[in-house]
Write a protein that binds this ligand. Sequence first.
Ligand code: BGC
Length: 383
Amino acid sequence: MRFAKKAAALALASVMAMSLAGCSGNSSTTTTAATEAATTAAATEAATEAATTAAAEAATTAATTAAEAAGGVDVSNKKVGISIYKFDDNFMTLYRTELVRYLTEDLGFKPENVVVQDGKGDQAEQTNQIQNFITQKYDVLILNLVQASSAPDVTDMCKEAGIPVVYINREPDAAEEERWASEGIAATYVGCDARQSGTYQGEEILETSTKGDINGDGKVSYIMIQGDPENVDAQYRTEFSVKALTDAGMEVEELLMQRGDWDQAKAQQIAQDALTQHGDKIEVIFCNNDAMALGALQAIEAAGRKVNEDIYLVGVDALTEAVQNVIDGKQTGTVFNDHFAQAHTAGDIAVKFLAGESVDPVNMVDYSKVTQENAQSILDMLK
Ligand code: BGC
């Protein structure tokens, strides 16, 4: 708890100031030894009392702050089970780190009561982990499913056990979300509307001096490196990035669309092969996330091409390396996938469930564009 630490530090500072005041008052006095002793005793007592009061106040403030932050619920003995689809994912690593920090430091959950499991990209393994959380009577679950399509089964498991569940990052389908609302199931989704991030990517291309048509042949020729296509984020980013171009009246030509599973190394290979095959025809490389844009950049540089001169490159997430590349002109743009706001919303909603409050089935956080103009301020905020 940052605030609590600050309050405790302030209390300590005032105690020290008071002790110092007590000492200096003492040394400058010319009263008799008895009076001096009495004064010292009184000063010490006053200082002690002040210290006790200050410490007690700090403790009360800290406790109140934790309770307030946690919506008035005492979360000190509540257990949160988290499962991430796989730990080996750049974006989800930032997300889970912030989620655990927020739950323990800001909301007041005990660190030993916040358990995070690695789904290792294996739905069967993850379902086992969830089953264990249920058997061990966890109070609330925060789940980043390996396969969003397993949400109905997982939701039913949790519902039967009376455990609320907050899905994050990989959105279950609309029918499932409607079921939670209509059947009054304590389940919800926290994420971002990936259509927005796709649209922003397309707009970033439109905002370049050539609107993406570097060779002036009247069309934007691109390759699309997709995340995991089962994931709605990948589907929408793919669709809406190109739609932004066509909506603006641009003609487009898709030279290649291939799945890179959100992975830097896979994207590097895909971009390398595409650059070999299509060469200068490629004007834009769309990547569904920044990890893959980092991989594509390695291939672009190896092929002797120059971003923002003879090729454009966009990603999503605002990983610090990618934002630095935007500043350095090595990536045209990215889109900030706000893991802070998503982690905080997920934590706050978990507490609402614990307080027995009802929760909307879908909770969306906004994306924001990252271009050369604002990249430095985004980077400062990320660090
Ligand atoms: C992020 C990707 C990440 C994926 C995991 C997406 O929202 O943009 O970087 O790999 O979520 O599901």
